[in-house]
Design a protein around this ligand. Structure first.
Ligand code: ATP
Ligand code: MG
Length: 271
């Protein structure tokens, strides 16, 4: 497994010394479900062309943060947010933001692979067709191939494109879901424990893919697998009871945590 732990420092205007720019700015975000506060004054930046890992014990607010980024959390009755989230410098809550358009800028990869029970080809073609990404049907085969190649799945499925997506192995299904997410040209891919249902081999292939995809996307991944966070991410955010306790270069979070809470968590001592 290659070492991905390059260190980077943020310079104050939000750019990083290797030229990475801020994709999402989370600013003083509080979130509630009814009376229950799930996030408390969370502020940090998510960079383009990097993988940001969200880690922390169960119930610390990771999924709430992830679903707040694409405003899917708002579909939960009683959910409420204060603070701001900027995408490319513009508030996602601005009145002129069209919700459907905003959500389409995010790809979503769930814990359980969930391909449509439709042909593999259609899993990828559907979103591109309904969102007008590919307008001429003659271009669709080429586009489907391109998405499947980006998801490192093409060679395995090129002769079975008419078989249902659900006929693939779990790891292949998850890569198909990634190809499907790519088909609408998102800026950001959000992943909530994308490998927790996969065996180590399939997990390794998804991790390799994540590393390749960050060449032109921002990726935010929740994982309970600390080795995975260390392998795939450049930046790590550690949450505890709704608060962002530490955020920084992944290597620093794992090797030089500044707080006892984070240290206990990354060394597996958390109670
Ligand atoms: N739909 C909901 N209704 C009410 N409370 C919720 C809802 N979803 C989450 N919560 C609460 O908000 C807090 C944060 O939950 P969240 O799901 O964001 O945590 P998490 O870090 O993703 O946990 P896990 O690692 O178990 O997935 C928890 O206390 C949880 O009980
Ligand atoms: Mg969760």
């Amino acid at each position: 497994m290659k070492s991905l732990l390059d260190t980077r420092t943020v310079i104050p205007d939000g750019r990083h010394h290797d030229g990475h720019t801020t994709k999402l700015s989370v600013r003083h975000v509080n979130a509630w479900y009814g009376e229950k506060q799930a996030l408390e004054d969370v502020t940090f930046d998510i960079c383009d062309r990097e993988v940001t890992a969200l880690i922390g014990p169960s119930g610390c607010g990771k999924s709430t943060l992830l679903t707040s980024l694409n405003r899917i959390a708002e579909t939960v009755p009683g959910y409420r947010l204060t603070g701001d989230i900027l995408l490319d410098g513009k508030s996602i809550f601005d009145p002129d933001v069209e919700l459907e358009h905003l959500r389409r800028r995010f790809g979503w990869i769930a814990q359980m692979p969930n391909p449509f029970p439709e042909p593999i080809r259609e899993n990828v073609a559907y979103g591109a067709r309904i969102h007008g990404i590919v307008e001429d049907d003659n271009d669709m085969d080429g586009f489907v191939e391109q998405c499947l190649r980006r998801a490192n799945l093409w060679d395995e499925v090129k002769d079975i494109l008419d078989q249902p997506g659900t006929s693939l192995s779990g790891g292949q299904q998850q890569r198909l879901c990634i190809a499907r997410a790519l088909s609408t040209n998102p800026d950001v891919i959000l992943m909530d424990e994308p490998c927790s249902a996969l065996d180590p081999g399939a997990t390794g292939r998804v991790e390799e893919l994540i590393d390749e995809l960050r060449a032109d996307l921002a990726i935010v991944i929740i994982t309970h697998n600390l080795q995975q966070a260390a392998r795939v991410s450049q930046r790590t955010a550690f949450f505890h009871l709704g608060k962002l306790i530490e955020f920084g270069d992944t290597e620093d979070i794992f090797l030089k945590p500044r707080t006892e809470l984070c240290n206990d968590y990354v060394t597996g001592r958390y109670g």
